[in-house]
Design a protein around this ligand. Structure first.
Ligand code: ADP
Ligand code: ADP
Ligand code: MG
Length: 480
């Protein structure tokens, strides 16, 4: 019997995982909610189970997902990213049901999903980090504690949800008055979003670079890193563009960051693939931020520069295989850039454009180009899921060549129907600071001209209307 793996996700990452499962000679089983019944991952998989009407509640329903795996006779579940991927109760439920969870052990997910516990583990391992508090005590005592922290370290400070993620649950606080006012608000927001109202404080690193390290670790004690990624180009603390490796010129510093990431992963008893995130300030000090216990959206850029298939490796490691190569075998070649092409309007605060139909879809190709998407011409984008349509990743020998390749691909990419982030990225690849590798997490705020463009999509729509008019005139010559 061929081994069967259930993919507990949707969208581009479901397709990414299905491909790896099928390449390994295993059977890929998909799950889907009703609003996704036109989704490509259902067709790409060898079989698919509808788990409910959704939206989102069934992809998040541990019992239903486990039941689907048992129904199809899967031996393992790959959670992808988002949904149940970092839910320790889900990993535990898999373990209890005798299913292999493709990721680290449930206790590791539990510890690292809690930013305060993660910081405690890292502090014991002497990993550098910004000063921060423990969970703030509820009520007056917590406020007093927070005020004291603010007076000691100065403003701005970050008020963060202990169980936060995905860029949510983070507030930058400028004054003591704002702090006092914000704590109860942050608590109720955190309760609603993460079912945990705990919050804590961190000193802010001013205009930092977000530098992270891809880790892979087997169950036999080997922990390797696959180099750095820079994910500084963000909106609302969420990543938009990711590159590998970091363009920081000090190679010794980058090596130290990578080695620190390996120490951090060991300290957390980490197995499988994961990401250790750091902030790097202008003096080139680096600080631990968190560990993400799953495959990341931006794993593609690390794959391009190392040649290592991270998802294939994840599956093998979860099955108990040893890493068959050493740190010295991991060679970084060239540069890679990933741009997240989202159905969003950058000119309107990145407002999602879900619910629209993709009327034209023409993707670029050629040397060094990789597409991880799931939409096709005629596909109606469900309103109820996230707005990522396709990840465009390019690889090049030099940074310049990579930027040139990205510019060419964006020019060749046509998506009509929803507004997308493509025209914004076209400005970005032409920006001098981007070309010089000069960007930190404040990049979007300090580069307003990136938002100045006329939407090509509007032009395409205009031309389409003109063509329709000409056809109508030809067929109805006497119409008024
Ligand atoms: P999430 O779990 O949502 O990914 P992170 O803790 O990784 O949250 O932070 C996400 C982003 O928020 C970072 O990439 C950075 O831009 C910003 N950020 C978080 N903490 C700090 C901090 N202490 N100083 C400056 N920026 C921060
Ligand atoms: P495979 O999946 O090819 O049977 P592994 O499980 O050992 O082999 O490797 C997982 C991933 O790491 C694959 O994408 C493979 O191409 C890559 N890889 C294997 N050996 C090496 C090596 N010596 N150096 C760099 N990458 C390697
Ligand atoms: Mg993060």
């Amino acid at each position: 019997m061929k081994k069967k793996i259930l993919i507990a996700n949707r969208g581009e990452i479901a397709l990414r995982i299905i491909r790896a499962v099928q390449e390994l000679g295993y059977t890929a089983a998909a799950i889907y909610e009703k609003p996704d019944n036109e989704a490509l991952h259902i067709r790409a998989a060898d079989e698919a189970v509808c788990i409910g009407d959704g939206p989102r509640v069934d992809y998040l329903n541990i019992n239903k997902v486990i039941a689907a795996a048992q129904k199809v006779g899967a031996c393992a579940i790959h959670p992808g990213y988002g949904f149940l991927a970092e839910n320790p109760a889900f990993a535990k439920a898999c373990e209890d049901a005798g299913l292999i969870f493709i990721g680290p052990a449930s206790e590791v997910i539990e510890n690292l999903g809690n930013k305060v516990i993660a910081r405690e583990i890292m502090a014991k391992a002497n990993i550098p980090m910004v000063p921060g508090t423990s969970n703030l005590t509820a009520g007056e005592a917590g406020t007093a504690e927070a005020v004291e922290f603010g007076r000691k370290y100065g403003y701005p400070i970050m008020l963060k949800a202990t169980s936060g993620g995905g860029g949510r649950g983070i507030r930058r606080i400028e004054t003591e008055a704002e702090l006092v006012e914000s704590i109860p608000l942050a608590r109720s927001e955190a309760q609603a979003a993460f079912n945990d109202d705990r919050v804590y404080l961190e000193k802010v690193v001013l205009t930092p670079k977000h530098v992270e390290v891809q880790i892979i670790a087997d169950k036999w004690g080997t922990v390797l890193h696959l180099g750095t990624r820079d994910c500084s180009i963000q909106r609302r603390n969420q990543k938009l563009v990711e590159i590998a490796p970091s363009l920081i010129k000090d190679q010794k510093l980058l090596d130290t960051i990578c080695q620190t990431a390996v120490v951090a992963a060991r300290a957390a008893n980490y197995t499988n693939a994961g990401t250790v995130e750091f902030l790097v300030d202008h003096e080139m000090n680096f600080y631990f931020m968190e560990i993400n216990t799953r495959v990341q959206v931006e794993h593609t850029v690390s794959e391009m520069i190392t040649g290592i298939d991270i998802v294939r490796t994840q599956i093998k490691l979860a099955m108990g295989k040893k890493l068959s190569f050493s740190q010295d075998d991991v060679q970084l070649r060239g540069h890679a850039i990933e741009m997240r092409i989202n159905a969003e309007d950058p000119q309107n605060n990145f407002m999602p454009e879900g619910g629209k139909t993709v009327s034209v879809y023409r993707s670029p190709g050629g040397y060094g180009v990789r597409l991880d998407g799931f939409v096709y011409q005629g596909y109606k984008i469900p309103e109820v899921y996230d707005s990522l349509l396709v990840k465009l990743t390019v690889h090049g020998y030099s940074w310049n060549e990579t930027v040139d390749r990205m510019r060419r691909c964006l020019h060749n990419f046509v998506i009509a129907g929803p507004k997308t982030t493509i025209p914004f990225y076209q400005n970005l690849v032409n920006d001098q600071d981007f070309q010089n590798g000069q960007f930190d997490t404040s990049y979007l705020e300090t580069h307003e001209h990136l938002f100045e463009y006329t939407d090509q999509r509007t032009e395409v729509n205009k031309i389409a209307r003109l063509i329709a008019e000409i056809h109508f005139r030809q067929e109805n010559p006497y119409a008024i």
